[in-house]
Design a protein around this ligand. Structure first.
Ligand code: IMP
Length: 433
């Protein structure tokens, strides 16, 4: 097993940063392939906590190479800030950080447009975005008018930027939004270009060379399957391909070079922003989970909506991503819960759904069909092997493996690296139902 895609199987915030951090030990390259600084991957190393938005999590591991793939959208000023923040903490990026010259650039008018759409939505149209300009940047990419990271280094950049600013200012004026100062923007982005120039390159030959030499690549997904532009709860989604296929289109590494897909799921569910969430708990239990799991957004600080594990979503994610095994996180958050519910199907207008319906208006009206299991009411955080877990906690994990038809290969019971059990290192050890 060499090249691994790691994706979120719910609505993001599954704890991918921590799992990536654990797996980075076994890889040579960490590659991000979609999204931008809407993501926030939290990693705790020793007593230090890092929140990364654009830079792959492998950067904190000496010697590992890190790539920002063509499928990402980059705010150059935010990237410089993040890079300098890491360097101030002793991290050296030279020779091991590469930014695809094909990745699209987030510009201030993308953020203004994002804000404008979010602040004046018509009824039911607010997405609850991170306001980082993600949607409008991908929109310009699809409309073939975007600027890319390679353009930052082109002597024609001032002219290219001027054209985009003029056109975008006309759109902003029509929407009653503030104008962008093109001169100021050029100064800011030219300064960012100076810092980023050593890292911007054609990463395709680099990754091709890595696959030829059989070096290991870890593809770090951001957000989650239910936020995918095609398969998510459209229109309440992000604007990129968050599913496993995105790893190929977002880097240029072909599908037959992918050896395994790991799906990260929480032992319950959360969602930030608007959109359907069938197992949402709007009661005291939701509040208890939010508190126990510290469920507040790493990027925006927004409280996350909390709910029970949704096996319909997990099964759907399995079909799309071809998940080999789960990395299940935050089991410890359920330590105090008396009765735990698992959603095994949806019902709407007398019809039973075992997959997520495409029509968001149907999905919004779906009611969960639950199976209840007893909670274990005991701490799990000190467990270092599966047998250390309370019997009822073991049963819960096995039940999720059985219902979803996917074994559990990694189980996390706390934020630290040490609170991670591995069942994926020797054949026959995966936890099945
Ligand atoms: P955008 O990606 O900022 O356009 O936001 C679109 C939707 O995706 C909103 O519901 C956001 O809350 C959600 N979203 C974007 N990034 C993340 C993430 O990293 N974790 C969880 N939700 C996210």
């Amino acid at each position: 097993m060499a090249n691994t895609v790691l994706i979120g199987a719910q609505w993001g915030d599954e704890g991918k940063g921590k799992i990536i951090d654990v797996l980075t030990e076994e890889t040579d390259w960490v590659v991000r392939y979609q999204g931008g600084n809407n993501a926030g991957h939290t990693v705790e190393i020793g007593s230090e906590k890092y929140v990364l938005h654009l830079i792959p999590s492998g950067m904190m591991h000496d010697g590992k190479k890190n790539v920002i793939g063509n499928g990402m959208v980059i705010d150059p000023v935010a990237l410089v800030k993040e890079l300098q923040g890491l360097e101030a903490r002793g991290c050296n990026a030279a020779g091991r950080f590469f930014i695809s010259d094909r990745a699209h650039m987030v510009l201030p008018f993308h953020k203004l447009l994002d804000e404008c759409r979010e602040s004046k939505p018509t009824e039911g149209e607010k997405i609850g975005t991170t306001k980082r300009g993600i949607g409008p940047t991908y929109g310009d990419k699809a409309a073939r008018v975007g600027l890319r990271m390679g353009d930052l280094l082109d002597p024609l950049f001032p002219q290219l930027l001027k054209k985009r600013v003029e056109e975008s200012n006309r759109v902003l004026a029509a929407l009653g939004a503030p104008q962008v100062d093109g001169e100021k923007l050029l100064v800011e982005y030219s300064a960012a270009a100076k810092v980023l120039a050593p890292y911007i390159t054609d990463v395709l030959p680099l990754l091709y060379g890595a696959t030829q030499r059989k070096e290991k690549i870890l593809f770090e997904g951001a957000q989650g399957t239910l936020l995918d532009i095609d398969f998510g709860t459209y229109p309440f989604v992000t604007s990129s391909s968050t599913t496993a296929g995105g790893a190929c289109t977002g880097t240029g590494v072909p599908p037959h070079r992918i050896d395994r897909v790991i799906g990260v799921v929480k032992a319950y569910a959360t969602r930030v922003g608007e959109g359907p969430f069938t197992t949402e708990l709007k009661d005291e239990m939701g509040e208890r989970i939010r508190k126990a799991g510290n469920e507040y957004g790493a990027t925006t600080g927004r409280p996350r909506r909390c709910g029970w594990f949704d096996a319909v979503v997990a099964h759907y994610a399995k079909m799309i991503n071809g998940i080999d095994y789960w990395a299940m996180t935050k089991l410890d958050v359920l330590d105090d819960v008396e009765t735990i519910r698992i959603c095994v199907a949806y019902e709407c207008d007398g019809k039973r759904y075992e997959s997520v319906p495409a029509n968001v208006r149907i999905l919004e009206r779906c009611k969960p069909v639950y199976e209840d299991v007893p909670g274990w009411r005991a701490p799990t955080k000190n467990a270092t092997k599966f047998a250390d877990l309370p019997t009822l906690a073991q049963s819960y994990v096995r039940k999720l493996a059985k219902i979803t038809g996917v074994p559990v290969g990694i189980l996390s019971v706390g934020p630290k690296r040490a609170s991670t059990m591995r069942f994926d290192q020797k054949p026959g050890e995966l936890i099945t139902g």
